[in-house]
Design a protein around this ligand. Structure first.
Ligand SMILES: Cc1ncc(COP(=O)(O)O)c(C=O)c1O
Length: 435
């Protein structure tokens, strides 16, 4: 029965869905139930979920508070869809809460259903506000699958021939493990930050609309730039008249274990922050938050997003903000993140295939290489490790240009026992691929 249903789904996907991305795993997983940090498949097998879909589960699956609110709303026939045209306390309440947790004087929100749309909106805002066109993005960066974000994307693997990349220019990535200048942390002079200046001077008029940067490059394989990088490029962007857009679709809502938005870890007050994924804890919520003056540039324009900020989505995002504060989940992300990092450092001693361990808080990347000196990407081994981790009842993620970075981003509520379960399972998975 279970097999039949699975085969039916695979057949339907094959017949009726775009074949753009095959599901993870040789034997794809059909998840049917979730609670906290665990998910169950159709045969009742329980997995520790350490990737949350794609870095989307922030406070745990089916958090009891969110469930209760959803049920309350359903029982009183609360309106599901209001759109921007009508008043809704849920959208207004969420905007106010975001303004409270955002750094600096970011206080005007625009709601969407996804990170791509949030980034489209951020670029539109920056272009409107500055009157300039050019946007600087980073190689190895990722900002979504719609037209402008694909132009901003810095990975051949995600780009499409024929998608124009007008008004966009790319600087080198602050990718320390594979430094584009062959420097080491000991002799680094932030050449990559200087490249942003050179790119602006040589590929634009000298004036830009914006630079969009992820505090930690997520899809790129959790590339965590040197501490001063964001501060340096912020100055360069300001000198070129641009807005600094922090794409926090993966890094936001406390994931780095320090601040609600990761850019605050660097002491930078950006002009715009975009978010999605974790802010909805699985609900389709995207948002832009910016300064009053930039939002004003769209005053009176006819522009809306049909479902952005709808009641159920907005309620869930507002609950996420409250749960993170009340359960002190940012602190937990720091504690469990440090614990996991130490555990993986121990693992690295036994498994030299782990070339680099990086990230912050509960955003942990393990870059796998065939050889620690040549750093040849261990792409096939990473795919195999995912299979073996699944055999250990662990759902993990991967990323990076070469598909050789294991990505771990559990919910911020993960506990020490679950971290131990992860470390034990990963040791066994590494044993399987290296023996
Ligand atoms: C940093 C970043 N920005 C934007 C996006 C796009 O978000 P969505 O897939 O919700 O459109 C992603 C998705 O992975 C992302 O990682």
């Amino acid at each position: 029965m279970v097999m039949q249903q699975k085969e039916k789904i695979i057949g339907q996907r094959h017949s009726f869905l775009y074949p753009t991305k095959v599901p993870y795993y040789r034997d794809p997983v059909h998840l049917v139930k979730a609670s906290g940090n665990y998910v169950w498949d159709d045969s009742g097998t329980k997995y520790l979920d350490v990737i949350g879909g794609i870095v989307s589960i922030s406070v745990g699956h089916n958090h009891p508070r969110i469930k209760k609110k959803m049920l309350e709303m359903l029982e009183r026939d609360a309106i599901q869809h209001t759109t921007y045209l009508y008043l809704s306390e849920y959208m207004a309440n969420l905007a106010e809460k975001l303004a409270e947790v955002a750094p600096g004087d970011l206080k005007k929100c625009y709601f969407t259903n996804s990170g791509s749309e949030a980034n489209e909106m951020a670029i539109l805002t920056a272009r409107q506000s500055t009157g300039e066109d050019m946007v600087v993005a980073l190689r190895h960066g990722y900002h979504g699958g719609t037209s402008t974000p694909l132009g901003l994307c810095g990975h051949s693997t995600w780009k499409f021939r024929g998608v124009p990349q007008t008004g966009i220019t790319h600087a080198k990535a602050p990718y320390c493990y594979r430094c584009p200048y062959s420097k080491t942390p000991e002799n680094c002079s932030l050449e990559c930050a200087n490249d942003v200046k050179e790119v602006i001077e040589t590929t634009t008029s000298g004036k830009i609309a914006a630079m969009i940067v992820e505090p930690i490059l997520g899809v790129g394989g959790f590339i965590d730039p040197p501490a001063e990088y964001h501060r340096e490029i912020f100055k360069i962007v300001k000198n070129a008249g641009g807005l600094y857009i922090s794409d926090e679709v993966q890094t936001g809502v406390g994931r780095t274990g320090k601040n609600f938005f990761a850019i605050a870890d660097s002491g930078v007050n950006p002009d715009i922050i975009t978010m999605a994924k974790g802010i909805g804890n699985g609900a389709p919520v995207g948002a832009v938050i910016t300064k009053e003056e930039h939002a004003e540039s769209l005053k009176g324009k006819l522009h809306f997003n049909t479902f952005g900020g709808d009641p159920y989505q907005a309620m869930q995002a507002a609950e996420v903000i409250d749960i993170i504060a009340e359960e002190e989940l940012i602190k937990n992300a720091e504690i469990q993140g440090n614990y996991l990092r130490e555990g993986f450092e121990e693992l690295q001693k036994d498994f030299p295939i782990i070339g680099d361990i990086r990230g912050r808080g509960l955003l942990i990347g393990l870059e796998l290489v065939k050889d620690q000196i040549t750093k040849e990407p261990a792409s096939a081994e990473t795919a195999e490790l995912m299979e073996k981790a699944k055999d250990q009842n662990l759902l993990i993620g991967k990323g990076g240009l070469y598909g050789n970075v294991v990505r771990l981003a559990p919910s911020l509520s993960i506990g020490k026992n679950e971290c131990d379960e992860l470390l034990t399972g990963m040791r066994k998975a590494f044993e399987c691929i290296t023996k």
